[in-house]
Design a protein around this ligand. Structure first.
Ligand code: SF4
Length: 380
């Protein structure tokens, strides 16, 4: 069965695939590039944005990477100008830009403010310099604190801080120290993920060569539980597996992904999801620039979801949210009850205490939360 017509996307993602240096754990689509390549990339991006003009009304915009703050002030202004020129800003409710404490300057912060950016995602990862060094980050814990203060001084009232736990040699007490500093800074939003070892990264090579040792799973789990306890007792809602927010500061843009709604992505390697069809732009920066400049097709991947596959993905993503998934919303969207496709799995998971129904919503229980990845596999 093909997918029922979905509403037009109202979320835009813009990808900046450049970084000052590759972090040791990173397998994102990002690389170190010369400034003239970045200039050409921004020209191509502008052209791709121009083609979107009048097609959509975006409520959220997210400029991510890579490191958007690596752009020079002139380049950043060009990018921000392209966005406001082609995307009607009066409709945008949440406009996020990712920044790295090592590449932020006062003038860049002023530009972000001038061009209506109202949410900043600051990639901090840790306040401990030894861990930042191990992760290959370009900044210190102090740089992170200074960047946060600079953003506050310039009036940013919605700041996310990205954090990593479960690093080699990290102790529970050092993690608790980081959490205390984090809460003292008082950001509106915190995203915290366990370190993952991706193929092809230098951290994974170090692991294989026994230069570093992986923290054992129980220590990692204890850090996650500590974060939940500490952050929720300090006024943060644990609203998604890895995300915490003060009331009213949940990330609207990411809700689009978690609810499996449509979005448009521009830039090298960016994915779009429109009316049940998922596409991806070519990942290589040079092929992307040439493709856009020469008006060639830059899509390298296209997949049209069947209804049951779409429903399955929606279940997996929505269960990441602590509020879970509404049976009524599912029925309205897919035209049948959740149990018609997933009845057996739900019955088994309820019996084992991993999911439960609360106010007509199916959600992970506390027990289920800690083995979420395994539970999601039931719905594949
Ligand atoms: S700054 Fe972010 S995108 Fe860039 S290399 Fe580090 S983790 Fe990857």
């Amino acid at each position: 069965m093909t997918v029922k017509r979905e509403a037009l996307p109202n979320a835009l993602y813009v990808h900046i695939p450049f970084c000052a240096r590759k972090c040791n754990y990173c397998d994102f689509n990002s690389s170190v590039s010369e400034t003239k390549i970045i200039d050409r990339y921004l020209d191509a991006l502008e052209k791709e944005l121009r083609a979107l003009q009048w097609q959509y009304t975006f409520k959220t915009v997210y400029i991510g990477g890579g490191t958007p703050s690596i752009l020079t002030e002139t380049q950043l202004e060009k990018l921000l100008h392209s966005v406001v020129r082609y995307i009607p800003c009066f409709e945008i409710q949440e406009y996020t830009v990712e920044v790295n404490p090592g590449t932020l300057t006062g003038n860049k912060v002023t530009l972000l403010k001038e061009y209506f950016v109202n949410r900043i995602s600051l990639g901090v990862q840790s306040f401990q310099d030894s861990q930042l060094k191990l992760l290959g980050r370009i900044h210190s814990g102090n740089d992170a604190r200074n960047a946060f203060a600079l953003l506050r001084k310039n009036g940013f009232k919605n700041i996310n801080i990205d954090f990593i736990f479960g690093c080699p040699e990290q102790s529970l007490s050092s993690w608790e120290k980081d959490l205390r500093i984090l809460v003292e800074l008082n950001p509106e939003h915190i995203s915290t993920y366990a370190l993952t070892y991706e193929d092809g990264t230098s951290l994974t090579a170090d692991l294989k060569n026994e230069v570093i040792y992986r923290l054992d799973e129980s220590a990692e789990l204890e850090m996650y539980k500590t974060a939940i306890r500490y952050l929720t007792s300090n006024g943060y809602n644990h609203y998604e597996i890895s995300n915490f927010a003060k009331d009213g500061y949940e990330c609207s843009h990411n809700y689009v992904y978690w609810k499996n709604l449509g979005y448009v992505g521009v830039g090298a390697g960016a994915y779009s999801f429109i009316d049940g069809a998922r596409t991806s732009n070519v990942r290589d920066v040079f092929t992307y620039i040439d493709g856009i400049t020469e008006n060639k097709n830059i899509k390298t991947f296209r997949e049209c979801l069947q209804q049951d596959q779409f429903a399955s993905e929606t279940m997996i993503m929505s269960l990441r949210l602590r509020q879970g998934i509404s049976g009524a919303d599912f029925c309205k969207r897919f035209g049948y009850k959740i149990e018609e496709q997933f009845g057996d799995q739900i019955e088994k998971l309820i019996k084992d205490g991993f999911v439960s129904y609360e106010n007509e919503r199916l959600k992970l229980t506390e027990k289920g939360l800690f083995i979420a990845d395994t539970i999601m596999m039931e719905f594949v």
